[in-house]
Every structure is written in C-alpha cells, then in structure tokens.
Design a protein around this ligand. Structure first.
Ligand SMILES: Nc1ncnc2c1ncn2[C@@H]1O[C@H](COP(=O)(O)OP(=O)(O)OP(=O)(O)O)[C@@H](O)[C@H]1O
Length: 247
C-alpha cells in the first residue's frame, strides 16, 4: 500500500528525557489512522515530528515522499495542535480566511471549512466569545482550509458532544474516501474503533500497528479497551499477547 507517512527508527529526546525510542511505522494514504496511548506516551511528539516542528535525535520521517518539515510540504500538510491556535480577537470566518490566505486559497474555501466543522451559524462570532468546544472546532476549520493531502489532528474531538463527534468522524471518513490521509490522536476507545488503522504507543515504543479488527483478534479481546490493556500488559511483561486469552 502507498504510504503518506513513513517513520523509521525515530528517536526523540525532550528535556533530556527519551520520549520516542526507535519508532517505526507508516500511515497509508487515504486512511484514517488513529494514534493512541496513555497520557505522556509521546503521541504529540510523534505528530510534531511528522509535521516537521520537532527536533529529532535520529531516524527518518518521510512525508508525502519528502523529508518531514521541508518547505514544499507546507501547503500539503494540515496540523491541528492540542491547544486551539486561533486568534481570539478575530471572528471564526476571519480566522479561516486568514489561514486560507496563508495557504494561497480563497474565501469560499475558508467558508466551506467553517461549515464543514458545524460552525456556519457562529461564523461571525469573535473566537474569544466561543465555548471551548466551538473554539476547538474553529481551530480545526483553520487546519482543514485548502484540503491538505495529509491532516494531523491532535485530539480533535475533545470537548465535543456525541452528535458533533459523530459528525466530525463522518467528515474525516468522507475526506479519506476522497483521498486525504488523516492521523488522529485520541483517548476515546469508541473513536479508536472508527479508525481504519491504529498505532498504539506505550512508554516511548510502538506496541501495535494494525487494523482495529486485527488488534482485537491478536489479543483475543472483544473490545478495543480490553485489547489495549492486554497489549500494554504484554509489552510490560516483554512478551507477545496471548491470542484467545480471556480474563
Ligand atoms: N517541551 C517539553 N520539554 C520536555 N519534555 C516534554 C516537553 N513536551 C513534552 N514533554 C514530555 O514528553 C513526553 C511525551 O509528551 P507528549 O506530549 O508527546 O505525550 P502525549 O502522548 O501526547 O500526551 P497527552 O495524551 O497527555 O497529550 C512526556 O513525558 C512529556 O512530559
């Protein structure tokens, strides 16, 4: 399968602490790949390395056939950071149009991105007056402006109600069906089940890189939460998870 992202033997230290310890993985084009792992396991750091804003110690990160962070990738990769990165003193529409200008895109594309995240009714509201969940969607709209080929989303559904979360996931899958590649971090297991593929990080290392069905089958667990617990226990014990195991 053609991969949008290829990571090989990636080692990253932050604050003199090893945060990623030789990660090797790939993100296939046109898929929604979930990035999961406990808090502090290195998800954001891996995303930053893929976007090209993280200093790495060794290894390679190739994005759309080029080294991560090269100038030619700037307009081809969208990144939603965990903390919303929008201007509080501009409206939602103004923010999206500003990011559209940076991407060399037009107003219509900015307005479409605002509508796509369900903020059409709040388009003329100042971002500083939005709720936390709305502000996070405004930031998402700015990351999606211009239909980037690769979209890196760090916890895009935090603070959203179930209806909005379902709408956003439908939107992510529609984007993937149209050829966009999405890497989405989450802590929520029902979101993991919605992904085409899953990457699970634990203690600086990758413990799973597979489809949700294969993760369940390998561990013998009925649901992904239990599957992840078994993978994590197996990685702690330094052994392969036992298939068909029931506890
Ligand atoms: N600027 C920094 N300087 C030093 N250490 C950092 C820095 N940012 C993150 N770290 C450390 O790197 C490790 C990985 O952090 P990272 O943010 O990648 O985890 P995460 O899996 O995204 O966590 P969460 O799910 O809580 O967002 C953590 O131990 C964190 O404390």
């Amino acid at each position: 399968m053609d991969d949008a992202v290829v990571v090989r033997d990636l080692v990253v230290e932050r604050g003199r602490r090893r945060v990623l310890q030789g990660i090797t993985c790939a993100v296939p084009r046109g898929t929604v790949t979930g990035l999961l792992g406990p808090s502090g396991s290195g998800k954001t750091t891996l995303m930053r390395a893929i976007v090209g804003v993280q200093t790495i110690n060794s290894g390679t990160v190739t994005v759309l056939g080029r080294p991560a962070g090269t100038a030619q990738l700037r307009h081809r990769v969208g990144y939603l950071t965990q903390a919303p990165s929008v201007y509080a003193d501009l409206t939602v529409r103004e923010n999206a149009r500003y990011f559209a200008v940076l991407q060399g895109r037009g107003r219509a594309e900015a307005d479409r991105a605002v509508a796509d995240v369900g903020l059409a009714d709040a388009a003329d509201q100042l971002v500083g007056t939005l709720s936390g969940g709305q502000r996070s969607r405004a930031s998402l709209a700015c990351a999606l402006v211009g239909d980037p080929e690769l979209v890196i989303l760090d916890e895009p559904t935090v603070g959203q109600d179930p209806v909005l979360r379902a709408d956003l996931w439908a939107r992510f899958h529609a984007m993937a069906a149209a050829g966009t590649t999405l890497l989405v971090s989450s802590h929520v297991m029902d979101e993991a089940a919605r992904c085409d593929r899953l990457l699970l990080i634990r203690d600086c290392q990758l413990v799973a890189d597979d489809t949700p069905a294969a993760v369940r089958a390998t561990t013998g667990a009925d649901d992904l939460e239990e599957a992840f617990l078994r993978l994590i226990r197996a990685s702690e014990a330094g052994r392969e998870p036992a298939g068909g195991e029931r506890r």
